[in-house]
Design a protein around this ligand. Structure first.
Ligand SMILES: C[S@@+](CC[C@H](N)C(=O)[O-])C[C@H]1O[C@@H](n2cnc3c(N)ncnc32)[C@H](O)[C@@H]1O
Length: 362
């Protein structure tokens, strides 16, 4: 067919060119250097007795609500409870946020490299053209196609179809033409739906507890925090080690390790998420040698394979009242023989592990 000449002085706008224009759009970028600590500085300047007042718990809960009002308006309220000692809330040492905050030397996502699918309405898990599905497929190609037919990472209820491997998830993104509400390949981007509480534990500090039953494969939350280069974290790790508490989480998955072994790899350094100064409830997830959650790498508007979001999903059904935990050491009860990745790297637990699991190995 001959090219149609554009006879008007204005460019012809098609759906495709409209989406290409979106690549010039600015996705919101948050810089760690812009983080504010006004509220916690103010509260920490109060007298100890005032900070110990029980109503500080409500201030903490309201701060969570206020800082997440835009990105998870429908998420269940996070309650803070403590039946162990008199602390009304966790220490006022971090800014509550569900987002990633970029540290020095970290480039924002290059949206000109982001590819969006051309699907209309709901993305079809049997589609032969959906580019998001094509991106997902190689990571699931080793599955038995009888019991695990090709498709998206999620089932129609938004739960992971397999949780027995840390295969990455590629969600539809800001450049996709599918429907934001209807598409089954958009789960993490819609935010938390599970009911959780922050509770003080007997011997591991604060922890995260399910307040309602959570089914296997359910999205729990993004491990939000500062997105940093590994070298920056070496220094931080030494400081955290002294306190015996760390919130560093290495981004180190099997497929990134394989890429790094390739001599032509573009991966300059490893990346790390630090949830000490900024983070959400997932920063309170404790370690377990028999975990009920697992870290899954997830990509939404980030085309760089080295920079996934670290997302938490349940790996088994979790009953109301159970503590949510993951393995800092990459222990995977589904693949016990697999080589373990030391996930928090720098001594996630300085002293002995108090997870209480029968198979506790630390
Ligand atoms: C990411 S934080 C988890 C939240 C922490 N409990 C708090 O109160 O802020 C990691 C720290 O919690 C403690 N921790 C987590 N799991 C533990 C376990 N199984 N046994 C002992 N301490 C644990 C260690 O101090 C560790 O460095």
């Amino acid at each position: 067919m001959p090219e149609v000449e554009n006879v008007t002085p204005y460019p012809v706008t098609t759906w495709k060119s409209y989406r290409q224009d979106l690549t010039k759009m600015d996705l919101p970028v948050r810089w760690a250097s812009d983080l504010v600590s006004k509220l916690h500085d103010y509260i920490n300047s109060y007298h100890d007795e005032f900070r110990a007042l029980s109503h500080m718990r409500q201030v903490f809960e309201s701060t969570i609500r206020q800082n997440t009002a835009e990105d998870e308006p429908d998420a269940p309220w996070i309650e803070v409870t403590n039946e162990v000692d008199a602390d009304p809330a966790p220490p006022w040492e971090f800014y509550y946020s569900n987002h990633m905050w970029l540290g020095d030397g970290i480039d924002p996502p290059d949206v000109t490299k982001l590819v969006g699918c051309d699907c209309k309405g709901k993305c079809d898990p049997k589609s032969e053209t959906c580019s998001c599905l094509k991106r997902q497929a190689p990571y699931y190609s080793d599955q038995d196609t009888e019991i695990f037919p090709p498709g998206f990472a999620y089932d129609s209820k938004g739960r992971l179809r397999t949780i027995t491997s840390a295969a990455p998830v590629f969600e539809c993104n800001a450049l996709c033409s599918c429907d934001d509400e209807e598409c089954m390949n958009r789960v993490v981007q819609h935010g938390r739906r599970v009911s959780v509480a922050l509770r003080k534990t007997e011997n591991k500090g604060w922890g995260v507890f399910a307040t309602k039953k959570i089914l296997k494969g359910t999205f729990v939350g993004v491990y939000a925090g500062e997105f940093l280069r590994d070298d920056e974290c070496e220094r931080r790790g030494l400081v955290y080690d002294k306190s015996g508490r760390t919130y560093l989480l290495d981004i180190d998955f099997y497929y990134l390790q394989q890429a790094r072994e390739n001599p032509e790899s573009s991966l300059e350094c490893q990346y790390v998420v630090d949830a000490y100064h900024v983070g959400n409830f997932t920063r309170f997830l404790n370690n377990s040698c028999d975990p009920n959650c697992r870290v899954i790498p997830c990509y939404i508007n980030e085309p760089d394979i080295n920079k996934p979001l670290m997302t938490m999903f349940t790996r088994i059904d979790v009953a109301a009242g159970e503590e949510l935990c993951f393995s800092y050491y990459g222990i995977d009860p589904d693949n016990p023989d697999e080589e373990q990745v030391e996930r928090t790297g720098r001594d996630g637990i300085k002293n002995e592990c108090r997870c209480g699991a029968k198979n506790c190995v630390r």
